[in-house]
Design a protein around this ligand. Structure first.
Ligand code: RP5
Length: 165
C-alpha cells in the first residue's frame, strides 16, 4: 500500500506535526507517523527507512528541531522525495533547524518548508502534490481545495466590506 511516512525527532514535535497528519487524513491519504531521532536513535531511524520503503512509503516527511539532521539522514538512505519541516525547539526559534535542514549538499535534496505549523501543513500538501502526479483523483481533490481557498478569500473580503460599509 502506498503511503506517506512522517518521522518526527521527538515527542515534543508532535503537537505541531499533528497538523501534517490531520491534513493528509482530511484528503484520505494513507500515512504513518513515528518518532525517531537522527542523533538519539540513529539505528532505529536507518532501520525504519528501509522497512518503510519496502512497505510502500512514497514520500518521507521529516520534522526536527535544533541541529536538525533527520531529513538529511533520510536523504542519505533513500531516493524517494524527502520533505523537511524545521521545528522551533530552541532559543533560536527554529532558525537553527531551518538552516540545518535546508543547506543540503548538491545531489542530496531535501525540500524544506516553513518553520512550524505552516510548514507542517505544507509538507502534507507538497507530499500530496507529489503523489497526485500519478493519482488523478487526488489531483482533483487538490484543485477543489484551491478553489475553496480562493472562495474563502472572497467571502472574507465581503464580510469585512459589509462591516466597514
Ligand atoms: C530534536 O530536538 C527534536 O526534533 C526536537 O525538535 C528537539 C528537542 O527535542 P526534545 O529535547 O524536546 O526531545 O531532535
Amino acid at each position: 500500500m502506498k503511503f506517506v511516512s512522517i518521522i518526527i525527532g521527538s515527542k515534543s514535535d508532535y503537537e505541531v506535526m499533528k497538523s501534517c497528519a490531520d491534513t493528509l487524513e482530511a484528503f484520505g491519504v494513507h500515512h504513518e507517523l513515528i518518532i525517531s531521532s537522527a542523533h538519539r536513535s540513529p539505528e532505529r531511524t536507518k532501520d525504519y527507512i528501509i522497512k518503510a520503503e519496502k512497505k510502500g512509503a512514497q514520500v518521507f516527511i521529516a520534522a526536527a528541531g535544533m541541529a536538525a539532521h533527520l531529513a538529511g539522514v533520510l536523504a542519505s538512505k533513500t531516493v524517494k522525495p524527502i520533505i523537511g519541516v524545521p521545528m522551533s525547539a530552541s532559543a533560536l526559534s527554529g532558525i537553527d533547524a531551518l538552516l540545518s535542514t535546508v543547506q543540503m549538499p548538491a545531489g542530496m535534496p531535501v525540500a524544506t518548508v516553513a518553520i512550524g505549523k505552516a510548514g507542517a501543513m505544507n509538507s502534507a500538501y507538497l507530499a500530496m502534490q507529489i503523489l497526485a502526479l500519478s493519482d488523478a483523483d487526488l489531483a482533483v481533490k487538490l484543485q477543489e481545495d484551491r478553489i475553496a481557498k480562493a472562495k474563502k478569500v472572497e467571502m472574507d473580503s465581503l464580510e469585512i466590506e459589509t462591516i466597514i460599509g
